[in-house]
Design a protein around this ligand. Structure first.
Ligand SMILES: [Fe+2]
Ligand SMILES: [Fe+2]
Length: 250
């Protein structure tokens, strides 16, 4: 049935455009290799392509046969492997999970008996950003003709106080570890793209995520260093005020 459809589409074109033999159906412009040339003598309707390197209507036949006819199949999907599709869905889950943890941290630092509003704001913004990362992957999945499959998420812990480190340092060290873990996951995704010769996906991960991820790791590392330096108590309050005044999101 597909073959019939393809043929019926191509048939009417054949006399005009698929002809590439030697002599003279199209207006003749040239007989030099690979070029179409005009014949001033008036063979205006005669196509002639000599030594053509690309015959679009001939070569497109196999693609035309592959155009899906069932409504649940993507029309756009092209050179997109199942492992890459699955790896994107995994990364969507990673971004959502990290967003969820940051949201739990925001809720903790916003409590009335914790009241570190700057740190709360920092984690709220970070949570939104991770969700935006998930959405970026969702859009990309759809762009490539993959199917987004959302997976379950881990329930984050609710309390971030730590006996030795205190809450701010503990949460920031946790955030640093999460960003490094995300970096590892992104590198795995890039590896999946490489293994499946998906240059487009590799480029997407590189240009949209890898650079920014390194920036995030550097920024949170600095926050961990600063929190270690200032110690608990008043130092944390000053750190909190700095974030309240407006610090970059990770
Ligand atoms: Fe992210
Ligand atoms: Fe991040």
């Amino acid at each position: 049935m597909l073959l019939t459809a393809a043929n019926s589409l191509l048939q009417p074109l054949a006399p005009r455009l698929l002809h590439c033999g030697g002599g003279g159906d199209l207006p003749l412009r040239s007989r030099r290799a690979g070029y179409l040339v005009m014949n001033a003598s008036g063979e205006a309707n005669n196509p002639a392509i000599v030594n053509a390197v690309f015959e679009p209507f001939e070569e497109v036949k196999k693609e035309l046969l592959l155009v899906p006819t069932v409504p649940h199949a993507s029309l756009a999907r092209h050179v997109y492997s199942d492992p890459c599709e699955a790896a994107i869905n995994d990364q969507i889950n990673v971004e959502y999970n990290v967003s969820y943890v940051y949201h739990a941290m925001y809720a903790y630092f916003d409590r009335d008996n914790v009241a570190l509003k700057g740190i709360a704001k920092f984690f709220k913004d970070a949570s939104v950003e991770e969700r935006e990362h998930a959405e970026k992957f969702i859009e990309y999945q759809n762009k490539r003709g993959g199917k987004v499959k959302l997976q379950g998420m881990m329930m984050p812990i609710s309390d971030y106080d730590h006996l030795e480190k205190g809450d701010a340092l503990y949460a920031m060290e946790l955030a640093l570890s999460l960003e490094k873990l995300t970096n590892e996951k992104l590198l795995n995704l890039h590896k999946a793209a490489d293994e499946n010769n998906d240059v487009q996906l590799a480029d997407f991960v590189e240009s949209e995520f890898l650079g920014e991820q390194v920036e995030s790791i550097k920024k949170i590392s600095e926050y961990v260093a600063q929190l270690r330096r200032v110690g608990a108590g008043h130092g944390v309050w000053n750190f909190n005020q700095m974030l309240l005044a407006g610090a970059a999101v990770v």
